[in-house]
Design a protein around this ligand. Structure first.
Ligand code: SF4
Length: 86
């Protein structure tokens, strides 16, 4: 169910979406770029989620590290409150 929601999200909203399985500070599941067309590593073999078989991005936007920390803190808060993402 979480996967269906992720797949249905418009690209521009993925940067702010809750953490997905496999997300780390340095790697993201799918593309978190708000505009992949301007990403210098778009379609780079072995790096870009759009061309990797596992669908993981190994070069998320520079702003991702901070966003990851924010989303992680939010997930931990929600977890401690017993809340879950819709
Ligand atoms: S390299 Fe990563 S951020 Fe850039 S377009 Fe590919 S998946 Fe998106």
């Amino acid at each position: 169910m979480m996967e269906e929601k992720w797949e249905a999200l418009p690209q521009a909203k993925r940067f702010h979406a809750p953490l997905q399985a496999g997300d780390t500070e340095e790697v993201t599941r799918g593309c978190r770029h708000t505009d992949p067309d301007i990403c210098s590593k778009n379609s780079m073999p072995g790096v870009c989620a759009f061309v990797r078989e596992d669908g993981m991005c190994h070069a998320p936007p520079r702003s991702w590290r901070r966003q990851y920390a924010k989303l992680k803190a939010l997930a931990e808060h929600r977890s401690s409150e017993g809340l879950r993402w819709k």
